[in-house]
Design a protein around this ligand. Structure first.
Ligand code: GRF
Length: 192
């Protein structure tokens, strides 16, 4: 069975990283098997490092603070990704603004905790919670040069109960992320 290889980039807690590995790594889908060949983080303190290790996924730390220019960091990340020969790069809570050095060379998808094009950028969960909208949700999209602006691959929304606390709201967002993201990865790999 053909193998489709992916690499996962993360910056923090890594719950999406962990979920993707558990649901996709070495599993067979419609006509192909997925292999998470590597994980990459920009943050030496990221909790996700331990999670990847426990699941036997090799992780490389490329600390962005060691680079003077954003482009130099991106170059190093792109060189590593190219050397892995992956079919797709997954940004799972990777909190870096990417330059064209990355976006023009790497085929990647990203998860964003709002219904794009609303609430782009940082603190999307809080912005979506505080808005007067009656619905909220999660988006998976292609990575392009504009932050959170690439073509939308999939979205899921829920009704925002008026009395919901920020903690429960955040939990609901993550719960959706854990089903939507693996589904979207399979969808993109199926058509590539
Ligand atoms: C997720 O909510 C994701 O949508 C956002 O950053 C968060 C990452 O969480 N981009 P985790 O590190 O996967 O736990």
């Amino acid at each position: 069975m053909p193998i489709k290889k992916i690499v996962i980039l993360f910056s923090g807690t890594g719950t999406n990283l962990e979920n993707l590995i558990k649901k996709l790594h070495q599993k067979a889908f419609d006509g192909f098997k997925i292999e998470v060949v590597h994980a990459i983080t920009n943050n030496p303190e990221a909790k996700g490092i331990e999670k990847a290790k426990r699941l036997n996924i090799k992780t490389t730390i490329i600390d962005h603070k060691k680079f003077n220019a954003r482009e130099d960091f991106d170059k190093e990340v792109v060189t590593l990704i190219k050397s892995l020969n992956v079919d797709l790069t997954i940004l799972a809570g990777f909190m870096r603004i990417l330059t064209p050095i990355f976006t023009e060379n790497i085929k990647a998808i990203n998860i964003h905790p709002s219904l794009l094009p609303l609430f782009k950028g940082a603190n999307a969960i809080e912005k979506s919670y505080l808005s007067n909208m009656k619905i909220a949700g999660v988006t998976i999209h292609k990575v392009s040069s504009g932050v959170d602006e690439g073509e939308i691959i999939d979205q899921e929304c829920f009704y925002k109960n008026e009395n919901i606390s920020i903690d429960d709201f955040e939990k609901k967002i993550h719960q959706i992320e854990y089903t939507l993201f693996p589904k979207a990865v399979i969808k993109v790999l199926s058509s590539s």
